[in-house]
Design a protein around this ligand. Structure first.
Ligand code: PEP
Ligand code: MN
Length: 340
């Protein structure tokens, strides 16, 4: 952390500031400039609140030089993390990150046994590693379909048993932690809960990977700090997911930030995936944006697929058909081969 002292600060004020830093176990090293008095603060500055420091009249500017995130950051973990997608998997089971690529596909919501089984079989045939499907849905309106809840989770388990696909589904409340830990392969934290710190902390002691979606209005730094919460308990691992952010643009549901992929890969060792379905909101944009995400270096994708999009109970307009998904998967293979 670099501190620039105000021109008007007295020597006594500066001395007091240096003592204050020493009292916190830090060292304030003077950097001699021509016109400005500047200090470099050395030590663990993580607990220092820059805004509070600025209340001191003697301080003109505070600049943080270390990233606010740690556990998810590359500086503490230079190598890419590769995660096993199935808790039960042997060494040859599906993985993501560290050169491994995986796709999760399925409906926005689990609607019926027939629906989830049909789609699960279709996406498995096309090469998906995981089946997605919401059982607990975070809907803007309380009158919209809220998901089948625990019954939906049971249907996902049947689909896993019949296809061998791992299941990824969203948790909304800490009351379901036990059942998710037992029954789900990857626990999804949705965009609306990315900064639900109580939920993140509880997930940190659950031994299951967490798919953490970027909040609608959150920065990349905030996302990585949210990932730190999940990693802080030492048991969970994290897959980061770019799913579009809110901007002034109305032509798409969200603005898919493809540049987040290389930025996240640069700053973090965690696997990074992209959700082009929520990222754009339109089925015909899912195909090109999936290819763009792969070309940008994503370790995987999560895609909404529905066998009857026009009849979907949720997000039919952004769901692609199994046939289009199949074509997309083979094109993804070609893009990956070209990159290699
Ligand atoms: C979802 O994946 O079904 C979902 C609700 O996504 P998000 O949290 O990104 O809106
Ligand atoms: Mn959806």
């Amino acid at each position: 952390m670099i501190i620039v002292i105000s021109d008007s600060a007295t020597d006594a004020q500066v001395e007091q500031f240096v003592k204050n830093m020493e009292g916190r176990g830090l060292t304030a090293k003077a950097i001699h400039g021509d016109s400005k008095r500047v200090f470099g603060i050395v030590g663990d500055t993580g607990s220092i609140d820059a805004e509070s420091l600025m209340r001191n009249d003697a301080i003109e500017k505070v600049m943080k030089v270390t990233a606010p995130y740690k556990l998810s950051g590359r500086s503490f973990h230079p190598d890419d993390t590769a995660l096993s997608l199935l808790a039960s998997a042997d060494a040859g089971g599906p993985k993501i990150g560290g050169g491994f690529f995986a796709v999760a596909a399925g409906p926005c919501s689990v609607e019926s046994e027939e629906q989830i089984l049909t789609i699960a079989q279709d996406v498995k045939r096309s090469g998906a590693a995981l089946l997605r499907g919401g059982a607990f849905k975070p809907r803007t309106s309380p009158f919209a379909f809220q998901g089948l809840g625990l019954d939906g989770l049971d249907l996902l388990k049947i689909a896993r048993q019949k296809t061998g696909l791992g299941i990824v589904t969203e948790i909304m409340s800490t009351e379901h932690l036990g059942v998710f830990e037992k029954d789900v392969d990857i626990i999804q934290v949705g965009a609306r809960n990315m900064q639900n710190f109580a939920l993140l902390r509880e997930l940190s002691v659950v031994g299951k990977p967490v798919l953490l979606k970027r909040g609608l209005s959150n920065t990349i730094d905030e996302m990585l700090q949210a990932a730190d919460y999940v990693l802080s308990g030492g048991k969970a691992s994290v897959i980061l997911c770019e799913r579009g952010i809110r901007t002034f643009e109305t032509a798409t549901r969200n603005t898919l930030d493809i540049s987040a992929v290389p930025v996240l890969k640069n700053r973090s060792h965690l696997p990074v995936i992209v959700d082009p379905s929520h990222g754009t909101g339109y089925w015909d944009l899912v195909y090109p944006m999936s290819l763009a995400a792969v070309a940008a270096g994503a370790d995987g994708l999560i895609i909404e697929v529905h066998d009857q999009p026009a009849r979907a109970l949720c997000d039919g307009q952004q769901s692609i058909t199994p046939a289009l998904f199949d074509s997309l998967m083979s094109r993804i293979g070609k893009v990956r081969a070209a990159l290699n």
